[in-house]
Write a protein of this length. Structure first.
Lengths: 162, 386
């Protein structure tokens, strides 16, 4: 099963038949396994767009902020309730409970700094038990979710070699 | 002018050269003709090389190589193959296996000594034997049994002048990885005739169907074997030129005497990077191995779908399909495929007479390019059939 996951990570667009060849597995077994993983949420799909190209592709600016949120935990619930409230806003891309000076680290996207500022002021900071927020706007992304946005290394190999 | 070296003059230029010139002159060529990984050296290793430069590690190292690297190499071999070498006397860091092979042959051979080489073989084996004053004696192997090396064939090739047997496993160009039993039988032949064994194991980390059988780890083999290994293929470090030679002290000592006068030491920066490759590079090796395996399965299946027979390549990153069904010689096939469809493969006959009727295809190529190469080869073969 590990081999199917690795094959999907190497080429998420590969067909089940292709993955079957790659891994030496029966094609129907691959199809069933992928369907099972999709239905139980083990396997989810996303598209990563180079942040420098988003405006070109969508016509809108893409602004991202990392927001540290300080929260007073609740008896019996800890941080979960507040985190769940934050996580359900569609402009929030990720929420993690982190160690260190703050409690939650959120990644929020919008079309302008003003839009994100508005979200923080009107939605995030006003949630019960949120004590403070610290917003860091992203100025340049070098790597996102494992994908590098640096100039790729060229292929310097000779065309024919021993 | 007086005539140049007779030995070198007698050595034909590499058959690969002609294809290099032809492929280089054509646009949009998909090359399956390379003999190296398509990965760039993993970043942690490159970063260690940068750190070595920043730290000013630009001096010579000892002739044998950095002591830490020799200890790491010997520790790695003992852990993975159970074969022990003394890093102080039995391990020499070389500028790649290419240098190691040259040193091993020059340390072992006297003029006229014969070296048995199973073929198809890596293009450098025969010429390096000749440059060292020896005579290569080729023993054929066959795609019909996956290019197994049969001890009986080696035995039959032994003469009073035979000094050594040179084996590459997993092999360039066939991808064949020899099994323990076959190698053990060859060790027995070597013991019976008191022959040295030279084992080129540069592709040893790239095996897909069964664990690698390291020649010196076989009973009775270590004390007559020169083991050649390196970082080029598994760590994608071809351009760094760093490898190692492990052998019993008397052989390693002679190899080091040549090395100290002809090379002095391997690149200090490359040695520092190789140390990082051994200490922290395992996850990278395994990830690349898994990636090659996926491409291997797709490519070999694709060749068979086209109707080109292909022995299962158990190691390295080469497929060596038979093109006999097309009725063309391997030179004709490779040249016409390149001109008609812009796909570069290496004609099998450059690796020895048993390579005739085959072509070497390197599948260390991006999957979309492999797919496109297979489409073009399919079109080419289909036209030939009409």
């Amino acid at each position: 099963m590990n081999a199917i996951i690795h094959a999907l990570q190497s080429d998420p667009r590969a067909t089940a038949d292709r993955i079957a060849v790659m891994t030496g597995t029966d094609p129907d077994a691959v199809r069933e396994q992928i369907a099972e993983w999709e239905s139980d949420g083990t396997l989810r799909w996303k598209v990563i767009i180079d942040p420098r190209k988003v405006r070109l592709l969508t016509g809108a600016e893409a602004v991202t902020a990392l927001i540290d949120v300080s929260v007073s935990p609740e008896r019996g619930e800890g941080y979960d309730k507040v985190a769940a409230r934050i996580a359900q806003f569609p402009e929030v891309r990720s929420v993690c409970l982190v160690s260190g000076g703050q409690d939650l680290r959120c990644e929020v996207t919008g079309t302008s700094m003003a839009e994100i500022g508005d979200f923080v002021a009107r939605k995030l900071a006003t949630i019960d038990r949120v004590r403070s927020t610290a917003t860091h706007f992203v100025m340049k992304t070098y790597k996102d979710d494992g994908a590098l946005f640096l100039q790729a290394a060229g292929d310097h190999r000779l065309k024919v070699a021993p | 002018m007086r005539p140049l070296s007779a030995v070198v003059s007698a050595c034909p230029p590499s058959g690969i050269r002609r294809f290099f010139d032809l492929a280089a002159s054509m646009p949009d060529v998909i090359s399956l003709g390379v003999g190296e990984p398509d990965f760039v050296t993993p970043w942690r290793v490159r970063e260690a090389g940068i750190a070595a430069l920043e730290a000013g590690r630009t001096s010579y190292t000892s002739n044998m190589g950095l002591a830490e690297l020799r200890m790491a190499v010997c520790g790695d071999l003992e852990r993975r193959h159970g074969v022990a070498y003394d890093p102080a006397a039995e391990c020499l860091i070389t500028s790649g296996v290419s240098e190691g092979l040259d040193l091993a042959l020059r340390a072992i051979l006297n003029p006229g000594d014969e070296v048995i080489i199973p073929e198809p073989a890596y293009v450098a084996y025969g010429p390096c034997v000749a440059f060292a004053g020896g005579t290569p004696v080729y023993v054929p192997t066959s795609s019909s049994d996956g290019f197994r090396i049969h001890a009986g064939a080696i035995d039959a090739a032994v003469t009073a002048r035979t000094k050594a047997v040179l084996i590459g496993s997993p092999a360039n160009p066939t991808g064949a990885a020899q099994g323990r039993e076959d190698l053990a039988a060859i060790v027995a032949v070597a013991a019976r005739h008191d022959l040295y064994l030279i084992s080129d194991e540069i592709y040893e980390r790239l095996v897909y169907t069964r664990p690698h059988a390291s020649l010196p780890s076989l009973p009775g083999a270590r004390d007559r074997t020169v083991l050649l290994g390196g970082f080029s293929e598994a760590q994608a470090m071809t351009g760094w030129r760093v490898g190692y030679l492990c052998a019993p002290a008397p052989v390693a000592d002679l190899a080091c005497r040549i090395h100290q006068y002809t090379q002095l030491c391997a690149s200090h920066i490359a040695q520092a990077a190789a140390l990082e490759a051994l200490h922290g590079g395992e996850a990278d090796v395994l990830a690349m191995l898994a990636d090659y395996d996926r491409r291997r399965r797709v490519f070999v299946q694709g060749l068979r779908d086209i109707g080109l027979d292909c022995a299962e390549p158990g190691g390295a990153f080469y497929a060596f399909p038979s093109i006999a069904a097309t009725g063309l010689s391997s030179q004709e096939f490779a040249e016409r495929l390149l001109r008609a469809e812009g796909v570069a493969v290496i004609p099998g006959d450059v690796f020895g007479p048993s390579g005739e009727g085959h072509v070497r295809c390197c599948y260390a190529t991006a999957m979309p390019d492999l797919d496109e190469a297979l489409r073009r080869m399919d079109r080419f073969v289909a036209k030939l059939r009409q």
